[in-house]
Design a binder for this molecule. Structure first.
Ligand SMILES: Cc1ncc(COP(=O)(O)O)c(C=O)c1O
Length: 384
């Protein structure tokens, strides 16, 4: 069995896999269609790029191997992957229980799209144990992010999956923040792993994508059928970029985490900071769960300052290297105010009940020199 970095570099790109010329890097197969000898069947397995493409397949094999899984499917965005997941495995009358801290776009999908298909949902604090008897009878799926966006809550994957299994419910985990380098939900009992590959997996903020990963052949069959039938596939060029990005995932994640730890420790000691959320800190309320199920704590930090909302806006505007922008997981550091940006679509009441107020700041720590990032933060803090 190859170790993580070896798999991230070699799986899916074994020389000679496609056309026998010994290429060590997958080519980008742009052809949307493939000529065949017989009308009845494709000559080499490929017929039309939506149903299958060599570049995308190389990436699908690579990404599955990183989650120690049998199957991977690539989509045009994280939300496209989620939409395919929900509409493939759920039907009218089914119910989803989801965690109450979620990416704003995922909450919007639950609130505005799924009800049109007769699928109901509820948002719950899944950091408290999920009791099988508390699940409505028509519950078919548990869906959560851990660590969650933006409050970095940690949900016990093994315990939640165990409770769900008692009722025959599918467990899907969004592993975007941890990445397979730090956490493998399938090994802890989940059925499907979701990633927005736009984030750490690609890692360079230049390709939008998503993935669904599973080892369950029945689930895979349904998802694979609908990847083609619904059609939200990743393009060959994005597949190439993502494959290129994945090769340095381990190296990048080590650096993201190293910088995040230094910055978390700096922020923790700063008098200007009122509250910090980083699962790697012992005082994080679910640190013990993170320590149990993760191999590292990642590069995302959220925090609140001892200032008013104007001070918060002044702080994010004053940074020099850290850009004020949505998204996360790229080599460059990004900062944002979730209530005004990534999570602004969530109704104010739901958002604020959950702690996503205008003073909350989310930082995606990049892999620049930590010293420069800390200097940038300290100068901006002086201006609040
Ligand atoms: C945790 C998480 N899941 C899913 C998504 C959606 O992915 P995409 O933007 O690629 O559609 C995001 C986007 O920010 C996210 O942060």
């Amino acid at each position: 069995m190859m170790n993580f970095s070896t798999r991230s570099i070699h799986i899916g790109e074994e020389p000679d896999t496609v056309n026998g010329i010994g290429e060590v890097v997958s080519s980008i197969y742009l052809s949307t269609t493939f000529a065949r000898k017989d009308a009845e069947k494709p000559t080499k397995g490929y017929e039309y790029t939506r149903s299958g493409n060599p570049t995308r397949l190389a990436l699908e094999n690579k990404i599955a191997s990183l989650e120690n899984a049998k199957y991977g499917l690539m989509f045009s965005s994280g939300l496209a992957a989620e939409t395919t997941l929900f509409l493939s495995l759920l039907k009218t009358g089914d119910h989803i229980i989801a965690s109450d801290d979620l990416y704003g776009g995922t909450e919007r999908l639950f609130r505005t799209v799924l009800p049109g298909f007769g699928i109901t949902y509820e948002l719950r604090d899944l950091t408290v144990p999920l009791l099988p008897e508390s699940m409505p009878e028509n519950t078919r799926m548990i869906y959560f992010e851990t660590p969650s966006n933006p409050l970095l809550r940690i949900i016990d994957i093994e315990r939640t999956s165990g409770a769900a299994k008692k009722n025959g419910v599918i467990v899907a985990v969004d592993n975007t923040f941890a990445t397979p380098y730090f956490q493998n939900p399938l090994q802890l009992g989940a059925d499907v792993v979701v990633h927005s590959t736009t984030k750490y997996i690609n890692g360079h903020s230049d390709s939008l994508g998503g993935t669904l990963i599973t080892s369950n052949p029945d689930l895979f069959k349904k998802l694979k059928f609908n990847q083609n039938a619904m059609g939200a596939v990743m393009s060959p060029f994005d597949s190439y970029l993502t494959m290129r990005g994945i090769k340095t995932l381990a190296v990048r994640m080590k650096e993201h985490e190293r910088n995040a730890k230094e910055i978390a420790s700096y922020l923790k000691d700063s008098k200007k900071v009122r509250k910090i959320y980083y699962p790697g800190l012992e005082e994080h309320e679910n640190h013990h769960v993170a320590r149990k199920q993760m191999r590292g704590y990642g590069g995302m930090i959220s925090f609140r300052l001892n200032t008013d909302n104007d001070g918060v806006k002044r702080f994010v505007r004053s940074l020099k290297y850290i850009s004020l922008a949505e998204s996360l997981g790229g080599v460059e550091s990004l900062i944002e105010i979730p209530s005004l940006m990534t999570h602004s679509g969530i109704p104010r009441e739901t958002r604020e009940r959950n702690g996503i107020t205008d003073d909350l700041i989310r930082l995606s720590v990049g892999i620049e020199d930590a010293e420069d990032l800390i200097e940038d933060i300290s100068i901006a803090l002086e201006k609040t």
